[in-house]
Design a protein around this ligand. Structure first.
Ligand SMILES: Nc1ncnc2c1ncn2[C@@H]1O[C@H](COP(=O)(O)OP(=O)(O)OP(=O)(O)O)[C@@H](O)[C@H]1O
Ligand SMILES: [Mg+2]
Length: 291
């Protein structure tokens, strides 16, 4: 957190009473949440709690049935590209990279909203366009250095191991120069070392002056990383507070542990997964293109 006495905390994200209904199903019910400058806020909750749906409401992918989302005091229009332009970037639970483009090209795509060069300039490839292109490339390479992917700039995204694909998604999100970064399960599929590295990366992003809102199921990761944590259960915000408060809240514990472990794999399923892993090639095969 910022120790400079001159710095005042400002509200970066202000979501108030956001409700999202799909037909008869209320996936998110009257959820309010703020993220302040300098903060890393966590969003937890069991599968199907409405976490991703809430993100989709924040980023204009869904138009909330009710409620309002403001970024730095301005109400956001529910259009993804306008939300990105305003300063909110995100990554996806199911990785969305351009699998057949290089690592560098993927980051350049993320810079698109920040380059001011217009269509004619791009078509004529005039001096303004060339300068902007050069600057974009330099910035993209800086971000690849920052995320530890610079050596793989020319690799195709689909050839990266899974953990690096997640990092590339973060680099691409940062390329739009956001003031708020939303991460949907950034460590899913990562091994413990990669998870530790992701934690350091997110701290570094916060230190760059970017506020972070992160969804994760890995509680150790969340409670270590976040200044504040909110827990969603069945679309409603059950508890919000410091990691200490949330992790000892009985309702949160009950929400995770009190119900039968429906999602827990049985012995048969475990054996099946192990067999599949043994048979699979060691290179990544999990790239999921835009869905
Ligand atoms: N486009 C949609 N149409 C209909 N129902 C949807 C849609 N998107 C999500 N839902 C439903 O909304 C509920 C919340 O889903 P959501 O994906 O937001 O949960 P989540 O908390 O992100 O879960 P997980 O931890 O498994 O990712 C679920 O019941 C889901 O089936
Ligand atoms: Mg989700």
């Amino acid at each position: 957190m910022n120790t400079m006495t001159t710095t005042t905390t400002t509200t970066v994200l202000d979501a108030s009473d956001v409700t999202m209904r799909f037909g008869g199903l209320t996936a998110v019910r009257s959820v309010s949440l703020t993220v302040n400058s300098g903060e890393i806020v966590g969003l937890i909750g069991p599968n199907g709690a409405g976490k991703t749906t809430f993100f989709n409401c924040l980023t204009g992918l869904y138009v909330p049935t009710e409620g309002k989302v403001s970024y730095k005091g301005t109400v956001l229009p529910p259009k993804p590209h306008l939300v990105t332009q305003a300063g909110i970037a995100r990554t996806f639970q199911n990785i969305r990279l351009f699998a057949n483009m290089t690592v560098l090209e993927n980051v350049l795509v993320g810079r698109h909203t920040r380059t001011k060069e217009g269509l004619w300039s791009a078509l004529l490839r005039g001096p303004g366009f060339k300068r902007a292109e050069k600057e974009s490339k330099e910035r993209a390479m800086e971000l690849l250095e920052f995320t530890g992917l610079a050596a793989k700039a020319d690799h195709l995204a689909r050839n990266l191991p899974y953990g690096e694909q997640r990092k590339l998604e973060i680099a691409r999100a940062l390329a739009s120069e956001p003031g708020l970064l939303l991460l949907d399960e950034p460590t899913a599929g990562m091994n413990p070392q990669e998870t530790r590295a992701a934690e350091e990366l997110i701290f570094a992003i916060r230190d760059m002056g970017i506020a972070v809102l992160v969804i994760e199921h890995d509680m150790r990761f969340i409670f270590n990383l976040c200044d504040r944590v909110a827990c969603l259960v069945q679309g409603e915000k059950l508890v919000e507070g410091t990691p200490e408060v949330v992790q000892s809240d009985e309702r949160v514990i009950a929400a995770y542990l009190g119900t039968p472990f429906e999602g827990a794999p049985g012995a048969d399923e475990l054996a099946e997964v192990e067999a599949a892993e043994a048979a699979a090639p060691s290179t990544n095969s999990r790239t999921e293109e835009a869905q």
